[in-house]
Design a protein around this ligand. Sequence first.
Ligand code: MSP
Length: 523
Amino acid sequence: MPRETYYITTPIYYPSAKLHIGHTYCTVATDAMARYKRMQGYDVMFLTGTDEHGQKIEEQATLAGISPKAFVDNIVEGPGGVYDLWKLMNISYDRYIRTTDDYHIKSIQRIFRALYDKGSIYKSVYAGKYCTPCESFWTESQLQDGNCPDCARPVQGAEEEAYFFRLSDYTDKILALYENQPDFLLPTSRKNEMVNNFLKPGLADLCVSRTSFTWGVPVDFDPGHVVYVWIDALSNYLTALGYENDRYHDMERYWPANVHFVGKEIVRFHAIIWPAMLMALDLPLPKQIFGHGWLLFDGGKMSKSKGNVIDPYILAGRYGVDALRFFLLRELSFGSDGNFSNEALISRINTDLANDLGNLLSRTVSMVEQYFGGTLPETQEAAPEDEDLRAMAGALRNSYEEKMEVFAFQDALAEVFKVTSRANKYIDETTPWVLAKDETKGPRLARVLYNLLETLRLTTVLLHPFIPESAEKAWTQIGAGPEITTWDSAAAFGLLPTTAKVQKGEALFPRIDLKKELEALNA
Ligand code: MSP
């Protein structure tokens, strides 16, 4: 029987500047979700890519004195570029789309023509405002203090012959969609925003072509027009599966998408324009859109223009990729904004990773080595005081799964760390070092250490989607082979062989001296 499929996407990024830690946030979250679904046995398609057309890129390239294609090639493929960043962050994407790829361009031309032939697109004149950094059209009444309502930067007047998509036909259909599929757009707060700000006032037709610049997909039946970059970009979720092209043949297998993860400022495009386009194309809609919050720095959104961009290379170099991945998903609630600070990052690494998890692992493995030469004896003696830890660890997969299914990464991780803390407390309660002094207590000591190893196995299996490299190192240390680091194996306590054999390794997450480190960073 074919496995159930799971299609998950990140937004495709504008390669208009080097990506920063804020950009890695969504990709790391998508990666954790994709790894989790693979672990559960799904046939996963994890798509990411770059959105390489538009006025903004054309302008940047002109400034740099090179062609737009050379400009984006450098940011995507060049040293420290997008490919490198995803490699650094250990992102396990299955497919990468560039909107400058030939097959995508051909598909966009076919999609545009199909919409035109169906009467969903018509030609008229556009007169209004345009925010180039956001690549968004605005009417005079939508501006805030004369500026772009999304980014507060100045807008330009735009008047040109253009094609329009009949978005105004979809107000009621999108409202009905939200009504009939309450989970279509999450979290709920985003839905209220869409309803109050855009749907209740009624949708206006959307300008979907430009003539004042050339860096886009040409409308093949009307030279001089290029397709609006958002029509081009949103369609990537289809063209990367082979819609209207022969490059891939995966539409049947993966469409509709299970979920599109997107940042909150682009929810409008994904939860209004995208379903309207799909309805116009008579295609099924994605099952869910999740609009995540922003990683803030000093209370504001990170952006290159604000000069507060945090470099993932520096952070990963100092603390390790897993620590950074972990921080992003443990510190912030996925649906809300959250602050980045070096202090928060270091404290989080110290508390959860160095103290709770790292310590539990190194203490346990050291004790198995010290007291039993690295291999636990067959004869072990259980006691009632084991029950609480065993029950908690055995039930962990269920509570974790519940949180993961609603993309509550922070809560899923909190569940894991409740068990880790419980295990550390269990060491204090059982005092293995006291047991070790009494020869008759050997079997009891062995059991205590076994319970700790087994708790480590269960917790690190569930942490694997978040900190893949470290989890695997932990498995080597506790002697957990591939057959007992699976999703199925995480359902039950007691699968590690009784005579477990450990192998001490390096500390997974060395403790960081907060004061010294902050001084070093500031310097
Ligand atoms: N190209 C469009 C997406 C098209 S999807 C069909 C775009 N690109 S972007 O590069 O500007 O942003 C990509 C994603 O990064 C967005 O989801 C955006 O919200 C996210 N982030 C950029 N800065 C961010 C933070 N500081 N924090 C969290 N996410 C942020 O939009």
